[in-house]
Design a protein around this ligand. Structure first.
Ligand code: NI
Length: 176
């Protein structure tokens, strides 16, 4: 079922989410099915459970020919339960981000360039992946939602924050 995506200003987006207690579980599978459908309908690159009002540590992401991010390199579709992120090194990269909870806007956000993420998969098996670049950015953005953080709270330069169609006219980047 396609769920309503909460928008910035809704206090539920500022709340830290709780770990999922039981994995696998039918209610987790149902949550993930709704998240997949909701993300696909919105052309999102990722979605975190609190964005649909469910305060649990679950995120999904994946990028493949996305009209919201035509320049983005592909990121494999992935589902994370109770993820733990560990930065690898101190290197920071800046890059443009958008968010389905902040529709119509983009901003430049500093993120760790490389990190390891260690979640459970929906069957309860531990995963460990080391990633960099846009993949690392997407993971950090989505996992921030689990701590009640939206990307504008990470920004340092508000001269690089604005409406997508004003920032990128004629480039084919579409937004809500
Ligand atoms: Ni977001």
């Amino acid at each position: 079922m396609i769920r309503e995506i909460l928008r910035m200003g809704d206090p539920r987006l500022w709340q830290p989410s709780k770990p999922v207690a039981r994995v696998p579980a039918p209610d987790l599978d149902a949550l993930l099915a709704d998240m997949r459908e909701t993300m696909a309908a919105a052309n999102g690159a990722g979605l975190a459970a609190p964005q649909i009002g469910v305060p649990l540590r679950v995120v999904i992401f994946g990028v493949d020919a996305n009209p919201r991010y035509p320049e983005a390199p592909p990121v494999p579709y992935t589902e994370l339960v109770n993820p733990v992120l560990t930065p690898l090194g101190d290197a920071i990269e800046e890059g443009w981000e958008g968010c389905l909870s902040v529709p119509g806007l983009r901003g430049v956000v500093p993120r760790y360039a490389r990190l390891r993420y260690e979640p459970l998969d929906p069957q309860g098996r531990p995963i460990a992946r080391e990633v960099d670049g846009f993949h690392a950015r997407v993971v950090q953005h989505e996992c921030d939602h689990l701590d009640g953080i939206l990307y504008p709270m990470r920004m340092r330069d508000f001269s690089r924050f604005g409406f997508t169609d004003v920032l990128f006219p004629g480039t084919g980047v579409v937004d809500d």
